[in-house]
Design a protein around this ligand. Sequence first.
Ligand code: GLP
Length: 237
Amino acid sequence: MRLIPAVDSDAFAESAAAFVVDRAAKSPPLNLAIPTGRTPLGLYRRLRAEAKAGRFTLGNASVFMLDEYVDLPRYPKGSFVEFLREQLGSLVFNPHTVFNPLTPGDASRPLDYDTRLDAAGGLDLAILGVGRNGHIGFNEPGSLDAQRTHVVRLAADTLTANFADVVESQRPSLAITVGLADLLAARSVLVLIAGANKASVAAAMQSGIRVEDLPVTHLLGHPDLTVVVEEALLRRI
Ligand code: GLP
């Protein structure tokens, strides 16, 4: 594992973007999995700037959304697909190259997504944020390494973190996510750790010891794992 502490949000975004731009240049066309959340916003801002300057393209990439809410009452508001349009729409929004695990109208057929991943030859690069309970994608604590795309019931803590200002009746309860099996099999993995309440997750990754109930630590031992972490989180333990 390569652990890159970042002193501030600029350094964080810069380290993450440099890594992604380098990988995209080295192995096009790229099969890429990307996350939502606050953590990657600086990275996406930099990628848009790099693309504008002609130094980066996802033109030939296949972009696999990591997850999506299944029963979001006001879909697409608050969904991954809406987030993606806003953040990377100018770079990738083409239905032929962006894949959504939520088959409209039929969330009970996640196998379709696995077939797509297999047909693409698996992931070259998985970019992952981390929930404060250690989830990656929506692989919540208790997830198994052999799982592929599946529907999950969201943990109470995840709903509190992701929908703090949304009344309960407008929150989803289920999500569909790429499973740990495909994330573990990705040729490279970039984990981004930033934000409140993630000091214990950061410390667990730094210690290098797998903790069953912290799904992100299941990645420890991956042959090409890079972790960019807010330095302040490492000091908080
Ligand atoms: C959601 C996503 C995760 C993401 C997490 C962290 O739950 N499914 O992929 O990593 O949010 O969000 P944030 O970066 O806002 O802390």
